[in-house]
Design a protein around this ligand. Structure first.
Ligand code: AP5
Ligand code: MG
Length: 192
């Protein structure tokens, strides 16, 4: 099963992905985590992208698609499922994902949209700033991340709606309630 989690910063993609991959034995693929690790390890890519992440802008598709190709291709077929968190972020990345899955004789099963309003997203990111000290968790950068989501990622909702793959879940419930709803949904897919 191949699942994409879509939603703005603070919608709970990472939180839910952690719970889902453990329960269902899926492979959790978070481009944000991978990129932050590259920065932390000061790799060549890490040095190139640090200022872009800290400005709340998207990293180039070329770098992202290369990372996805490297980390996913060999794993296709070896896991019960894949959970994409933070990828795809725009239409070109969505097409790259389709191509990659086709090559591995796989198709995208579903897209789970977690929706939260901006006020809630801001509140959560302010809280996480104190806990995790992510460099991009400050008010100005968050504004840029939200704008990028609206301009570049939100069009994916229409794209996946047209493919009948979009499933919306209210991300403004408790973590547990959101998780129960997602688990039920995944189980219902497994049974069809
Ligand atoms: P990325 O790491 O993907 O960040 P993001 O999309 O901005 O999302 P967040 O991680 O901030 O939020 P989340 O939805 O995961 O929420 P979380 O579960 O943490 O990307 C970072 C950057 O990397 C991008 O800006 C870009 O530069 C680059 N990048 C990444 N992918 C890329 C790509 N494909 N292409 C190009 N560039 C890319 O929750 C947030 C907080 O809320 C936590 O404290 C959590 O405990 C809390 N919380 C969660 N759920 C609830 C709930 N239900 N109730 C109350 N609190 C909750
Ligand atoms: Mg995240």
């Amino acid at each position: 099963m191949i699942i994409v989690l879509l939603g703005p910063p603070g919608s709970g993609k990472g939180t839910q992905a952690e719970l889902i991959y453990k329960k269902f034995n899926f492979f959790h693929f978070s481009t944000g985590n991978i990129l932050r690790n590259e920065v932390k390890e000061k790799t060549k890519i890490g040095q190139e992208i640090e200022s872009i992440i800290n400005a709340g802008k998207l990293i180039s598709d070329k770098i992202i698609i290369q990372i996805v190709d490297n980390k996913i291709t060999e794993k296709l077929g070896h896991y019960k499922g894949f959970l994409f968190d933070g990828f795809p972020r725009n239409l070109d990345q969505a097409q790259a994902l389709d191509t990659l899955l086709n090559k591995g004789n796989q198709t995208l099963s579903t897209v789970i949209q977690l929706y939260v309003d901006e006020k809630e997203a801001v509140k959560r990111i302010q809280k996480r700033k104190l806990e995790e000290k992510r460099q991009d968790d400050n008010e100005d950068v968050l504004k840029s991340r939200l704008k990028v989501y609206l301009n570049e990622t939100k069009p994916l909702l229409d794209f996946y709606q047209k493919e009948n793959k979009l499933n919306k879940i209210n991300g403004m419930q408790t973590i547990n309630d959101v998780n129960n709803q997602i688990n039920d949904f995944i189980l219902s897919l497994k049974n069809t």
